[in-house]
Write a protein that binds this ligand. Structure first.
Ligand code: DQA
Length: 146
């Protein structure tokens, strides 16, 4: 097993910072990546941060995490969280632990965000802490919680 943590981000997260800042804040995904890289170094981990707007790409990257022996995956599948049985199956298909991450707390938002297919298979869910959700999830990996 490597010490690399895949950090996979789904649709519209490339627009973080511009997108609905009243919900998601003004921090960009690049800024989150920089913060996570620093924290990972302190924790003796490395991160491989990616973003895609395509559901199947997330499935491929989950398979790649398994093939490469990644330590864990932090997955913010964004809207696919609430719709994607393919992601549920992919998480179940791999042995790498997946932590579900969200900036906002979907459970306190519209009812269509209350269902999480990702959460049905994820080892843990961290949500509602803004960009810190990613850091808290990384620290859970370092602490051996997953
Ligand atoms: C999100 C929450 C989802 O409901 C939404 O579709 C997103 C972002 C979050 O990080 O808060 O795109 O995953």
């Amino acid at each position: 097993m490597s010490n690399t943590v895949f950090v996979l981000n789904g649709p519209n997260l490339n627009l973080l910072g511009l997108r609905e800042p009243e919900i998601y804040g003004s921090t960009t995904l690049d800024e989150i990546a920089g913060m996570l890289e620093d924290r990972a170094r302190d924790l003796g981990l490395a991160i491989d941060m990616r973003q895609t707007n395509h559901e199947g790409m997330l499935v491929d990257w989950l398979h790649e995490a398994q093939a490469e022996g990644a330590r864990a995956v932090l997955l913010n599948a964004a809207a696919y969280t609430h719709t994607s049985i393919a992601l549920l199956d992919a998480i179940k298909a791999i042995r790498v632990p997946v932590i579900e991450v969200h900036l906002s707390d979907p459970k306190t938002r519209e009812s269509f965000r209350h269902n999480s297919y990702v959460g049905m298979a994820a080892a843990k869910t961290i949500e509602g802490h803004g960009p810190d959700s990613y850091r808290i999830a990384l620290e859970a990996v370092a602490a051996g919680e997953v």
